[in-house]
Design a protein around this ligand. Structure first.
Ligand code: ADP
Ligand code: MG
Length: 617
């Protein structure tokens, strides 16, 4: 409990004790000459002064109709008609409910924060041969930081020296440590487990993954789902409607029957029991819990609207490279054309020096040597095709068949099993490199799980060759495969699929952010892999799978559905009980005690139900 909540607890206890004392005095005390009722005002003000104050302040700000106003006029009215203990009790009950809810919100906020507890507070930076502990904000790109075993990685960077195992659980939910050594990238937020690492920073703290993810989570509530918006709109017209109803209830029957006291009291009861707090609080809390539950599973959802969309996913479209496959190619064959083998690999790797495509990375790796980047210039990356670069003064094309055709390079088609990367210039065919990728270990299970979850259609869109695409598609059991696509073709395919699906169903696109950012934003839900690798993916996507595992999509869908189910239960329960009590109130069958009990009860049940969304099954 926070200090504020503790204070409220003391007030509740003090007011409760005061109320009991005055009630006892009233009933069993000696026949006092003075009236006892003014004493009720003491516990009333102890417990209710802030509500009264807020009600007055809000009126002066022009925001009249809120729950403070309802509570204020209802209890002041009760006092006015001589229902003293009721007035105190209703206020007391309301504050108990508020406290309960504050504690619950705090709890789920804290567990999301704990889960996302990845913001480091300091960095050990090497300056002038000495190690200084500074705020990570002050560390510049290219400085060297030292991370000791047990410390968090404060800023993204590349390991200069040392080897260690990193715990990435806070980022990915993955419990197995990841081994890193000299030359590997480390991502902020991971925990260094075993060895000392010297790391050259590649980013500033502000643009590090950690800061970004925290920013996303903290701002995720800004993107409200339709259900949440419904609650906001609902509260806006509900309160004035209730107040008008209460006024009508006080006046109309009284004019007819002349029983003013009875109907004014009835109207006040109506006001007290009408408070929609449970509904207004529990639905956003449910979505908050759902987003928290998803992050526990390693899935970052950027807003509750995406939870709603995920729950209705009907078509899932996948990118191939880096999404269903690991995106780590191994060179299986090198076939020199007019030159020799090592020269071919070196030229290809040089041309790919600046590309972040998985193929480029693999070629650089396969080349093995340190590359002299000054030999490369005028690099142009042609998405979905390959690259063009000037290497040692000659323009070289490195890419697939289409690139060769488009560029009018000298080349020969060949039929290999695997992805073929041709290397050519305008008048010489240097040869081709055959590379192959492996499907992710959980990809097959991921697709089966989607089918079990009721996804109607799974599609793969790839820029790779038809044979490669179809082989992967058959292995994994996808419904449709479209190969040889450029990023723009992928958008066109997705648009076609968007038209084919049922109007209520949603289309999710899953990609790694390389060559598919446009589709990620075009789909109803863009799901990005490679949160550990590509910042672009985090930017463009609505949902990020922190550990790159396609099997997490089905998990996210089931969390989303559970969240929606809980939200619906809460809406139905809160509105149902409210309706019954309001009708009873109008009929004069519910008194203030019943109203207060019902409201607090509904709030407690709804909030408890909402926190279920936070728990993973
Ligand atoms: P996917 O749709 O499978 O993720 P991409 O759209 O990223 O694939 O790329 C499609 C194809 O374009 C690749 O299979 C490759 O043939 C070619 N390609 C793209 N970028 C490069 C590159 N940097 N070097 C060589 N080939 C490339
Ligand atoms: Mg790709």
């Amino acid at each position: 409990m926070t200090k504020k909540q503790k204070k409220m607890l003391y007030r509740i206890v003090a007011a409760a004790v005061g109320l009991i004392a005055v009630v006892l005095l009233d009933h069993f005390g000696p026949a006092l000459l003075l009236p006892v009722w003014p004493l009720y005002l003491i516990p009333y003000f102890i417990i209710g002064w802030d509500i009264l104050w807020k009600a007055i302040r809000n009126i002066s700000h022009g925001q009249i109709f809120d729950e403070n106003f309802l509570m204020a006029i209802a209890t002041v009215g009760a006092l006015a008609i001589g229902e003293y203990p009721e007035a105190v009790f209703v206020m007391l009950f309301y504050q108990v409910g508020e406290l309960f809810q504050a504690v619950a919100v705090g709890k789920s906020r804290r567990s999301i924060a704990a889960l996302m507890d990845i913001r480091p507070d300091s960095a050990n930076v090497e300056r002038d041969g000495e190690i200084a502990e500074v705020d990570p904000d002050e560390v510049q790109i290219g400085e060297t930081i030292v991370i000791r075993p047990g410390e968090r990685v404060p800023i993204d960077g590349v390991v200069l020296e040392g080897a260690s195992a990193l715990n990435t659980a806070a980022l990915t939910g993955e419990s197995l440590p990841r081994d890193v050594a000299s030359g590997d990238e480390v991502i902020s937020g991971c925990i260094n487990l075993t060895g000392l690492l010297r790391v050259r920073t590649t980013k500033e703290f502000g643009e590090s993954t950690v800061a970004k993810i925290l920013d996303l989570v903290e701002n995720s509530s800004a993107k409200k789902g339709r259900k949440e918006q419904f609650i906001t709109r609902f509260a806006r017209w509900y309160t004035p409607a209730v107040v008008i109803g209460a006024v009508a209830l006080a006046i109309i029957p009284s004019l007819a029957t002349g029983e003013w006291t009875k109907w004014v009291e009835q109207a006040l009861i109506f006001l007290v029991i009408s408070c929609p707090c449970a509904l207004v609080i529990s639905v956003p809390l449910t979505f908050f819990g759902g987003i928290g539950g998803a992050s526990k599973a390693g899935v970052l959802v950027k807003g509750s609207n995406y939870l709603e969309a995920l729950a209705r996913t009907e078509t899932v479209v996948f990118d191939k490279t880096g999404t269903l496959t690991q995106g780590v190619f191994t060179v299986t064959a090198v076939h020199p054309g007019d030159g020799e083998e090592t020269a071919l690999l070196e030229t290809a790797a040089l041309a790919e020096s600046y590309s972040s495509h998985p193929i480029a990375r693999s070629l650089r790796e396969a080349c093995g040597r340190d590359l002299d980047e000054s030999r490369v210039g005028e690099v142009k990356e042609i998405a979905g095709r390959g690259v063009q670069a000037v290497v040692d003064g000659v323009t070289v094309y490195v890419g697939n068949d289409k690139l060769m055709e488009d560029m009018g390079a000298r080349w020969r088609p060949c039929h290999n099993i695997g992805t073929t990367v041709h290397v050519a210039t305008a008048d010489a065919y240097l040869g081709h490199i055959v590379i192959s990728d492996r499907v992710k270990p959980d990809a097959k299970e991921a697709l089966a799980a989607l089918k079990r979850a009721g996804v109607k259609k799974t599609v793969m869109l790839t820029g790779d060759a038809k044979e490669v695409g179809e082989a992967v598609g058959a292995e994994l059991g996808l419904d449709e495969v479209h190969a040889g696509l450029l990023p723009a073709d992928k958008v066109a395919e997705v648009e076609k699929l968007l038209e084919e699906k049922s109007p209520k169903g949603m289309l999710a696109f899953v990609g790694d952010g390389i060559n598919d950012a446009p589709v990620l934003s075009r789909a109803d839900v863009g799901i990005a892999m490679g949160a550990l690798g590509s910042d672009a993916a985090i930017e463009a996507a609505d949902v990020v799978l922190m550990d790159d595992k396609p099997s997490k999509i089905a998990a996210a869908i089931s969390i989303a559905r559970k969240t929606i189910r809980i939200a619906n239960q809460n809406i139905a329960f809160a509105l149902g009980v409210k309706a019954v009590i309001l009708v009873l109130g109008i009929l004069g069958k519910a008194n203030m005690w019943a109203g207060a009990f019902a409201d607090v009860g509904v709030m407690v049940v709804a909030v408890a139900n909402a926190t279920r969304a936070l728990k993973a099954d």
